[in-house]
Design a protein. Sequence first.
Length: 277
Amino acid sequence: MTYRLICDSCTDLPAQTWADPCVRKVPLSIQVGPETVIDDSTFRQKELLQKMRAWPDAPKTACPAPSTYLDQFSDGADNYVVTLSALLSGSYNAAMQAKAIYEEEGGMGSVHVFNSRSAVSGQAQIALLVMELAGGGMSFDQVVERVEAYISRMKTLFVLENLDNLRKNGRLTKMQSLITGALRVKLLCGATREGEIEKLGQGLSIRQTLARMVSRMAEDADHVGRRLIITHCNCPERAEHVRELVQKRCRFGEILITAAGGIATVYAEDGGIVAAY
């Protein structure tokens, strides 16, 4: 059985992966003042960062319409969809609506929507695992079971220069009281099992907080042998620094570095680092 992997545009895969004929991107959109930026192949990060600095209000993001997902489903194929956490975006619900419509209309393929309960690097981990399993000939049901089991164990961590866009867009509902008292520190955050954002620690500088993030990985015995994906927002040198720290202290089987797309750029902002394993 052939397969198709459909990812919303917060899935920050290695650039070459998007060239795979089995992979499709469903773009979210970004509103910066009067301008709309589509998070697709036309996205230019430096232009978006300039627009964000120039406009006084926080940018807004919008999830795809169900029809956008529906257009990507392939009859006669196993269709796997990877979305942002359902607690952070409407992308998952849009994909589920598309699945319901497809099945009601007698679509001839199978569809499963993975709620990543994560974002960015976490979505990339899920997508790469789907490609490995489905590309290796595993059945639809087996792929779903294996990937859902992985999602339940996956860890997502991040350190940002600025939490303003997350806060202003309501993505920090469980942390509002913490943010006001933490303006002079850098927070280490992560994803809960349900896919919400939580505070895990803090430091007086980005480098100190990144070091604490790596320490947390090293102390987690589950990391051994896994793949680590580090996604950076306009800071490749910082991502390489994290890789060096990880190589000294951890025992991952593989480390990949990817660049943030449009949605990750809005929320991670300039200088942000997101890691998942």
